[in-house]
Design a protein around this ligand. Structure first.
Ligand code: FMN
Length: 224
């Protein structure tokens, strides 16, 4: 099993989000997974320009790191999204990546990939951010397995409390078990089904404007 993780933090692999992610990945590795972590510190993935080219051709025309990262995700079995809490939401670095996945969202492009999310904060409010990332995984067709988070303000270094370490390690193990057992049930299923119907309808309506997505839906998503 191959897991791609994306860390959206200017501190990259030296930050607390990457430190918590590392424990998740140790759990996954203990079950035999191969892992690769990509850090987006800022600028590697620029904001979406709303040019609509991805909907028309299937490829983002911006010349930066996005298309290569997307390709790695497409080739992986699982995607772990890791972000610090920046003013009660994901970081701008992570949001730029998610926004650039607009064509993926229209095509339910991460269908069948297992997913997890990791959030750190100074003082709290991590859960809604983790839920937002699980929602992203679900609406792109993924199977969100779970999430882990930690407030760092009162932790020395990266000495996470034992229960957080256990939760993070278990999440990594569970990600591999879900993949191995081909689990498909998850809490976000109703939302994913509703979103899929919304995308089917939208892409059909815009078929002249977005030929790539219409063709993709016909060939790969069962559109009649
Ligand atoms: C621009 C910015 C905004 C932040 N906003 C919040 C916030 O709203 N709530 C919070 O609890 N922590 C906030 N923090 C603290 C970070 O979430 C926290 O330090 C996090 O662990 C950093 O992760 P990193 O080391 O991986 O970059 C903020 C930090 C920065 C730099």
């Amino acid at each position: 099993m191959k897991i791609i993780s994306i860390v959206g933090s200017p501190k990259g692999s030296a930050g607390s989000t990457a430190a918590l992610l590392k424990i998740v990945l140790e759990g996954a590795q203990s079950q035999g997974a191969k892992t690769e972590t990509i850090t987006i510190k800022g600028g590697e993935v620029k904001p979406c320009r709303a040019c609509d080219v991805c909907h028309k051709t299937g490829v983002c025309p911006q010349k930066d790191g996005f298309n290569a990262i997307k390709q790695k995700v497409m080739e992986a079995d699982a995607l772990v999204l890791a972000t610090p809490n920046y003013i009660s939401h994901v970081s701008a670095q992570m949001k730029a990546f998610l926004d650039r996945c607009c064509g993926v969202v229209h095509c339910i492009g991460f269908q069948g990939k297992y997913g997890a999310s990791v959030v750190t904060s100074g003082g709290g409010d991590e859960e809604p951010i983790a839920d937002y990332l699980s929602d992203f995984l679900a609406i792109t067709g993924g199977i969100p397995v779970g999430s882990v988070w930690s407030a760092m303000g009162q932790i020395e270094g990266y000495n996470f409390p034992e229960d957080t370490r256990k939760k993070a390690f278990l999440l990594g193990e569970n990600l591999v078990v879900a993949w191995r057992d081909k689990e498909t049930a998850h809490a976000h299923e109703p939302r994913a089904a509703q979103y899929r119907e919304r995308m089917r309808s939208l892409v059909t309506w815009r078929k002249e404007e977005w030929p790539f997505e219409y063709k993709f839906w016909k060939e790969c998503r069962g559109l009649k």
